[in-house]
Design a protein around this ligand. Structure first.
Ligand code: CP
Ligand code: NVA
Length: 302
C-alpha cells in the first residue's frame, strides 16, 4: 500500500490490518501509552473545500504520532492561482513525508500520486471518501464485533459516501443495499465493482426495501460541498430519502445508525433518530482520528 486514493485500492486483508492497528492506537491513546511512530515526519494537508473533522483529526493525529501537520489552504497555495498539480506534487515531495488532500476531482488526487514520490491520502473528493469509510467500518466492528452476516444500508444521494461505503462494505464481507432516487445513483465504476458481489448488493429506489433487516443504516446530506447551487432541486428529488422512525422499524431492532456529518436534521435524518443514535454517530466521528492515524503509520513509517 503506497497511497490511499480510494477504497478499491484496499484488499480485505489491508482493511482489516488498518482497523486492527486503529484499535490498538485507540487503546494506547486512552491508556496514555506513547505511540510516536512518526517522529520528525511532516504531513501537508491541502484543503480545497471546508472541513471540521478531517482537518482536526489529521492534525491532532499527526501530533500524537510525534510528527507535524501543515494546513495548506488552496486559497493561499499557488495551486489556487493555477500552478499545475504536477509541479506542486514534485515540489512538496521534496519537503514533506506525506500529503492529505481534499478536493473536487478524483483525477487531481491521482495526479498528485503519479507525479510526486510521497504517500498521498484522499481526504474526500466528489468521487469518494475512503478515510471516512475506514472510520465507519471501525465503528461497525466495535459495536457488532464482526462484519460477516451483517447488512449495511445506505439511503440518499449516490455520492462520495455511497461510493466508498458500497466498495468498503462489500470488500469486508457485508451485504450492502442502497436506496437512491433515479438520476442520483452511485458512480458506474462502483456499480461495476458491485457486479462481482452477486447476491450481496442491491440498488433500489425504495428506502423501506433497502432498510429491511439492516444491521447498520447510513445516510448523508442531500447536497454535498460544491452542490450548494442545486440545493432546491435536490430537496425535491430527495424528499422521502430520510432515516426516520418508519425506516428504523423496517431495520433490525438493534440496528445502528451512522452519519459522516455534518448532518441536516429533518432532511436526510430526523432529529429524533439522530439523537437516539448520537453515541454511535459521535463514536464514528472520533474514530476518524484513530483510523487515520493507522493509515498514516502504514503509509509513512519507515
Ligand atoms: N465527515 C467529514 O469528512 O467531516 P468534515 O467535512 O468536517 O471533515
Ligand atoms: N457528501 C458530503 C460528505 C461530507 C463529509 C460532501 O461531499 O459534502
Amino acid at each position: 500500500m503506497k497511497h490511499l486514493l480510494k477504497m478499491s485500492d484496499l484488499s480485505k486483508i489491508e482493511i482489516i490490518e488498518i482497523l486492527n492497528l486503529a484499535d490498538q492506537l485507540k487503546y494506547e491513546l486512552k491508556h496514555n501509552i506513547p505511540h510516536r511512530h512518526l517522529e520528525g515526519k511532516t504531513l501537508g494537508m491541502i484543503f480545497q473545500k471546508s472541513s471540521t473533522r478531517t482537518r482536526v483529526s489529521f492534525e491532532t493525529g499527526m501530533y500524537q504520532l510525534g510528527g507535524n501537520a501543515l494546513f495548506l489552504s488552496s486559497r493561499d497555495l499557488q495551486i489556487g492561482r493555477g500552478e499545475p498539480v504536477q509541479d506542486t506534487a514534485r515540489v512538496l515531495s521534496r519537503y514533506l513525508d506525506g500529503i492529505m488532500i481534499r478536493t473536487f476531482e478524483q483525477k487531481e488526487v491521482e495526479d498528485l500520486a503519479n507525479n510526486g514520490n510521497i504517500p498521498i491520502i484522499n481526504g474526500l473528493t466528489d468521487y469518494c471518501h475512503p478515510c471516512q469509510v475506514l472510520a465507519d467500518l471501525m465503528t461497525i466492528r466495535e459495536y457488532k464485533g464482526q462484519f460477516d452476516g451483517l447488512k449495511m444500508c445506505y439511503i440518499g444521494d449516490g455520492n462520495n459516501m455511497a461510493n466508498s461505503l458500497i466498495v468498503g462494505g462489500l470488500t469486508v464481507g457485508m451485504e450492502v443495499s442502497c436506496a437512491c432516487p433515479d438520476g442520483y445513483r452511485p458512480d458506474q465504476t462502483v456499480l461495476d465493482f458491485a457486479k462481482d458481489y452477486e447476491g450481496k448488493f442491491t440498488l433500489t429506489e425504495s428506502p423501506l426495501e433497502a432498510a429491511a433487516n439492516a444491521d447498520v443504516l447510513f445516510t448523508d446530506v442531500w447536497a454535498s460541498m460544491g452542490q450548494e447551487g442545486e440545493a432546491e432541486i435536490r430537496r425535491k428529488a430527495f424528499a422521502g430519502y430520510q432515516i426516520n422512525d418508519e425506516v428504523m422499524a423496517a431495520a433490525k431492532r438493534d440496528a445502528m445508525v451512522q452519519h459522516c456529518l455534518p448532518a441536516h436534521r429533518e432532511e436526510e435524518i430526523t432529529a429524533k433518530v439522530f439523537e437516539a443514535h448520537a453515541d454511535e454517530i459521535f463514536d464514528e466521528a472520533e474514530n476518524r482520528l484513530h483510523a487515520q492515524k493507522a493509515v498514516m503509520v502504514k503509509l509513512m513509517k519507515n
